[in-house]
Write a protein that binds this ligand. Structure first.
Ligand code: ATP
Length: 350
C-alpha cells in the first residue's frame, strides 16, 4: 500500500512537533525514520497509524484520504519497543488475538485461525514454541511474537517503533538481519523508527533523516551517507569533521591559506562556508609547497587496520579539532605536525 504524507503539521499545546512534513512511501518499501531524540519520528509514525490526528495536512493510504480514519479502519500493524504481550496468554493465543477479537461475521473459523498462527510462527521462526508463555521467551523471541501478532491481521502497513531498542547489541544485530529477510519474503510496506544510524543504513530501502520536526533528507543509504545534503545530515550520519572556510576564485581557504580547489558539489561558489569531510577521506601531504591543512596531533589511537589521529588545526589558542584516519606507519605521535588534505569534501553556506 502506498502511503503519502502531505504537508503535515502536528502541534502539542501549540508546540510544533512536526512542521510541513511530506513523504511518499511506496508499496513494499522498508523505510527507516532516523533522527535524534525529539526530532518527531514517533509522532510521524503515530500519525500514519491514526493514533494522532494532524493539526494541518493530510495522510493518504493509496488514493484514499485516511487523515480521519481510525486505527482499525487503516488496518495497520504495530510493534513497539516495549510491546507488552499478554502475559497470561500463550504465544499462539497472543498471535491469534487480533483475529479472535474480530466481530462475528469477520472472524475466521477456529481451524483457519490455527492454520494462520502456524504459518506466522513458521514465518518468525518460532515453530514449536506456541504453547509457551511470554515469560518463557527471550527478549528477541518476544519481539518476534509481537511481529507475528502485528502480521496476523494482514496489515496494509507495518509500523515498528524501535522494536529492538530494549535488546542487547548482539540480539539487535541478529534481529536486524532477520527483519530484512522477513521483509523481503513478505513484502509488506514497513516504516521503522530508529535513532541508530547503523540500523537504518543496513536495513532500509530508503532512510528519512529527521531533525527538529522536519525531514532533512530522504534517500538510499548511499545517498544519505555519500551525498548528505545538509550540515546536519553530514554530521549526524557517520563520522565527520568540519572547518570554517572561505571560497574564492575556485579555491578553498582556511585561515587565509589555500587548502585545495573548491568542490564542484558545494553549496556555495564564493564567500564564507563550512567544509565537511569524513576522517577516512584524507591523504597526508609531504610536499611542503602543496596546498594542505596543517595541524598538531593531540592524540592518536590504533583501530584494527588503521590509526585515528586527533588534530588541532588553525591558530594556536583557538584551534579547530578534527579527527582523521592515517596509515598505521604514519608518524603521528602526540605533538607531531601533520599536513593533510581531504580527498572528498563538501562545502555548505555558513
Ligand atoms: P525519541 O527518539 O526520543 O522517541 P522522537 O524523534 O520519536 O524522539 P517524538 O516522540 O515524535 O520524537 O517527539 C517530538 C516532539 O514532540 C518532542 O519535543 C516531544 O516532547 C513532543 N511530543 C511528543 N508527543 C507529545 C505529547 N503527547 N504531548 C506533548 N508533546 C509531545
Amino acid at each position: 500500500m502506498d502511503v503519502s504524507v502531505k504537508n503535515i503539521r502536528k502541534e502539542f499545546d501549540r508546540y510544533p512537533a512536526l512542521n510541513d512534513v511530506s513523504l511518499d512511501i511506496r508499496s513494499g518499501e522498508l523505510i527507516a525514520l532516523l533522527g535524534p531524540s525529539g526530532s518527531g519520528k514517533t509522532t510521524l509514525l503515530r500519525l500514519i497509524a491514526g493514533l494522532e490526528t494532524p493539526t494541518l495536512g493530510k495522510i493518504y493510504f493509496g488514493a484514499e484520504d485516511a487523515s480521519h480514519r481510525t486505527v482499525q479502519e487503516r488496518h495497520v500493524g504495530f510493534v513497539f519497543q516495549h510491546y507488552a504481550l499478554f502475559r497470561h496468554m500463550t504465544v499462539a493465543d497472543n498471535i491469534a488475538f487480533g483475529l479472535t477479537v474480530r466481530p462475528r461475521g469477520e472472524r475466521p473459523p477456529k481451524a483457519e485461525i490455527q492454520r494462520r498462527v502456524g504459518e506466522l510462527l513458521e514465518m518468525v521462526q518460532l515453530s514449536g514454541l506456541e504453547k509457551r508463555y511470554p515469560n518463557q521467551l527471550s527478549g528477541g523471541q518476544r519481539q518476534r511474537v509481537a511481529l507475528a501478532r502485528a502480521m496476523a491481521i494482514e496489515p496494509k502497513v507495518l509500523l515498528l517503533d524501535e522494536p529492538f531498542g530494549a535488546l542487547d547489541a548482539k540480539v539487535r544485530k541478529e534481529l536486524r538481519r532477520w527483519l530484512r529477510e522477513f521483509h523481503d519474503r513478505t513484502g509488506h510496506t514497513t516504516v521503522f523508527v530508529t535513532h541508530d544510524q547503523e540500523e537504518a543504513l543496513e536495513l532500509a530501502d530508503r532512510v528519512v533523516v529527521m531533525s527538529q520536526g522536519a525531514i532533512e533528507q530522504v534517500g538510499s543509504s548511499d545517498d544519505v551517507y555519500d551525498r548528505p545534503n545538509s550540515p546536519f545530515v553530514f554530521s549526524f550520519i557517520g563520522d565527520s569533521a568540519s572547518l570554517p572556510v572561505t571560497i574564492a576564485d575556485n579555491g578553498v581557504y582556511f585561515e587565509n591559506e589555500a587548502i585545495g580547489i573548491a568542490p564542484r558539489n558545494g553549496d556555495i561558489t564564493s564567500g564564507n562556508g563550512t567544509l565537511f569531510f569524513r576522517p577516512q577521506d584524507v591523504v597526508l601531504v609531504s610536499d611542503p609547497a602543496a596546498p594542505a591543512l596543517e595541524g598538531r596531533v593531540s592524540t592518536s589511537r590504533r583501530l584494527a587496520g588503521t590509526r585515528i589521529a586527533d588534530i588541532d588545526v588553525g591558530k594556536p589558542g583557538e584551534p579547530h579539532h578534527v579527527e582523521i584516519e592515517v596509515p598505521l606507519d604514519a608518524q603521528a605521535a602526540t605533538g607531531t605536525t601533520l599536513r593533510f588534505r581531504p580527498t572528498r569534501w563538501k562545502t555548505f553556506a555558513a
